[in-house]
Design a protein around this ligand. Sequence first.
Ligand code: CAA
Length: 379
Amino acid sequence: MNFQLTEEHLAVQEAAREFAQSELLPGVIERDSEAKFPHEQIKKMGDLGFMGMMVDPKYNGGGMDTVSYVIAMEELSKVDASASVSMSVNNSLVCWGLEKYGSEAQKQKYLTRLASGEVLGAFCLSEPEAGSDATSQKTSAEPNGDHYILNGTKNWITNGSSASIYLVIAQTNPSLGHKGISVFIVEKGWEGFVIGKKEDKLGIRGSDTHSLMFTDVKVPVENRIGEEGFGFTFAMETLNGGRIGIAAQALGIAAGAYEMSLAYSKERKAFGKPISQHQAIQFKLADMATQIEAARLLVYKAAWLKDQGEDYVYASAMAKLYASEVAMNVTVEAVQVHGGYGYVKEYHVERLMRDAKITQIYEGTSEIQRIVISRKILK
Ligand code: CAA
């Protein structure tokens, strides 16, 4: 067993760390307060190869492994989880699904632009009445000659207005249940496709989360990914990998809050000495560090299993479940270590605490991860 990162992994870590400090940190508080999407920063992340890290270079990707991807996600999420969720959705949910299951024509037309960061993608599964219960899709795509007619509403879509390319899951044959669900590539600007209201969120406020409405949108048959009826499996398999990305985001949020708490505890004095010299704070720091290390091992293992071509469904669910709980625990403690300063925006940890909560909700709630894990245990 080798726990050491390779030269390549260390280089990715260094590049992501440097980018986070120089490009994401300035303005992150303002973007959060004003719910402003980090357009400029995401563009630069594309130029640096962060938006299609695992995609084959022949489709403009970085050709890197999943371990590199989680390392980058962790570093960027320490500073700006709103930028990192855009990156995660583009990499894990959109590029991965297209590269694995798309036709050569779809890859040439869409993947090449998504992987280079020229355009952003969105993954559209959730609906007003189909969140955790993803099989209950109401959005329909009715076959009509050389195209489908798409109707329905999607909710809580990350990159909702900033994306140009949308992977939309829809019912093509309701009588078949989840086996009658298909997946389509839809472009922004097509007639009948309307971007709905932007959500005013507790955390990840810089990311743009929207509802989307489709009214009689004509989707060409060649924009269906895989066979009719393949959409639910596509969504589940894509989310298995997506959960590794969100687990890495949660890990980064926790690690960012911990690093700030450690630094603050050495500077802030109380009762005549730095607060890091008080056991009450030392025990908090020790617990934070231990939980983060355990989460990191789960996240890296899930990524490693994926890179080895082994089953990673169980590992990714465990990594997301645990890392998101650690993100919540650690950020709450980080606010406590900072005392009154922790409760104001300037010190960042209150934002990280708000951002942490979503990691227990999106790409499958903690309860969904427990379902995935317990099914495996009891099989
Ligand atoms: N991997 C691969 N296949 C899976 C799977 C998985 N993790 N989970 C289920 N499946 C397959 C099953 O094998 C089954 O296939 P067959 O019929 O061929 O045997 C099929 O899917 C149906 O499975 P179930 O009968 O188990 O389905 P279910 O209705 O009981 O629910 C569920 C399964 C695990 C609860 C699923 O609905 C689920 O994962 N829900 C959560 C959805 C989710 O994560 N949404 C997040 C939205 S996306 C998002 O947040 C992105 C963003 O913008 C940030």
